[in-house]
Structures are given as C-alpha cells and as structure tokens.
Design a protein around this ligand. Structure first.
Ligand code: SAM
Length: 218
C-alpha cells in the first residue's frame, strides 16, 4: 500500500492519530524534505526509515519505490508540509503508482489552501485552486484578466518575495474585488488580512511581508 499522509503546515500537533500509526508501521517514509520530516518524527517519537523524494530526484526515485510496493512493502509519502500532491511532487509518484495498479490510500489532514479558505469568509461552495502563481508578470496578467468578471472564489499560493508586486498587478485589473491574505497559518505569527484588492494594496505597498502565504480572491 502507498499511503499519502498529510502532515502539519506549521503546528506540529496538527497530525492525526492514524497518520502517526502509519508513519510508525510502514517499511519506509518517502519525504520531500527529510530534515523537516525528521523534526516531526522526533516530536512524535516516531522512528522509521526516511528516503528523500523531491522535485529533483522524483524520476530517479520513483522506480525504486514502485519496486518495493510491488514486493508488498508499505510506503508512506509525506511532503514538506500539508497534503502531498497539492503543489508538490507527490502527484508524480501517485500517477506512476496508479499506472502500476498499486493500492493507494489517503491519510487526510491539513492543507494550506483549505485552511485559508475556511477562514476567508468568501464563498466556499464553488472555488478554483490555481496552485502557485507564475513568476512572470505577463502570465499573471493573463490569469487575472480571465478572472475579472468571474464570481467564483479563486485560491493561489504566492511567494512573500513577489506578493506586493502581485497585489499591485491585481490592483491595476480589479481594485474592487474582495481579497484575503492568509499568512503563517497554524504558526506563531498567523494572520488574516481582509478587504478589497485596493485596500490591501494601500496597506501593504510600502511594507515587507514574510512567511508562507495563501491568497483568496472573489
Ligand atoms: N502540500 C502543501 C499543502 O497541502 O498546502 C503545499 C505545498 S507548497 C510547496 C507550499 C506553499 O503552500 C507555500 O509557499 C504557501 O503558499 C502555502 N503554505 C504552506 N504552509 C502554509 C502556511 N502555514 N500558511 C500559509 N500558507 C502556507
């Protein structure tokens, strides 16, 4: 069995009893960031074998993992934080496992986009998750133009280094749309900023923003 195990997005206590059980019992844990996963394992007194599975080695590592799975060994996949497969290399391994008819099972838990959405106060009945916004301003403009008249809630991941520029671009296209900036969820400096794009732009344009960010727009 390949277990897709969700892990905390900040607060190390945000892990299910079943996730702890599975992480203890599998043959090995494939982790996107072995150092970060080690901190989690130590916190919960889990001792198990870790191997690295990330964007740089996924093509090379996947055949080895598939081989072990075919020998009826159980493997847990964890990402550096949150739910594997959501804007991280998890999808690659899952797709290969599906092709090989390997059983796959989810161990659900935190994911940054859903944590942000449920506190946004913006409609949750219908939403689109765009993953990471592209770095290029031109590509951002194309995405934002396509959203100009849409009422559906849109969710993005964005780097703190590009966030002010991104809100600046949004402000040029739809200053009156509602936006929520969710930062450092479940961590010490967790913060939600609510308002219109223009209000947020005015508030942040001369500031530096740190930490991990989810943007929600409607
Ligand atoms: N698999 C993860 C999940 O389930 O959300 C996402 C991985 S993606 C590589 C990392 C991005 O998720 C960050 O750059 C940020 O946009 C968002 N993120 C992760 N943790 C977060 C947190 N605690 N607060 C806000 N955003 C977070």
């Amino acid at each position: 069995m390949l277990y897709i195990v969700s892990t905390p997005i900040g607060n190390l206590k945000d892990i299910s009893l079943r996730a702890i059980e599975i992480l203890n019992s599998v043959e090995l844990i494939a982790a996107e960031d072995t150092r970060r996963t080690n901190v989690l394992l130590m916190h919960h007194d889990i001792t198990n074998r870790l191997i690295s599975f990330n964007d740089h080695n996924k093509e090379k590592t996947t055949p080895r993992l598939i081989q072990l799975l075919k020998q009826n060994k159980d493997i847990a996949l964890v990402s550096d934080a949150g739910t594997p497969g959501i804007s991280d290399p998890g999808f690659y391994l899952v797709r290969e496992a599906v092709k090989e008819n390997i059983q796959i099972s989810p161990i659900p838990g935190p994911t940054a986009m859903i944590s942000a959405l449920i506190c946004s106060g913006l409609p949750t009945d219908k939403f689109t998750f765009y993953g990471f916004l592209p770095k290029s301003t031109k590509k951002k403009i194309d995405i934002f133009n396509s959203l100009k008249t849409k009422k559906e809630t849109a969710i993005f991941y964005e780097s703190p280094y590009r966030i002010i520029k991104t809100i600046d671009v949004m402000n040029e296209i739809f200053p009156e749309k509602n936006i929520v900036l969710a930062r450092e969820l479940t961590k010490k400096f967790e913060e939600f900023m609510y308002g219109t794009v223009n209000e947020l732009y005015k508030k942040l344009k001369d500031k530096t923003i740190k930490g991990e960010i989810v943007l929600i727009l409607q």
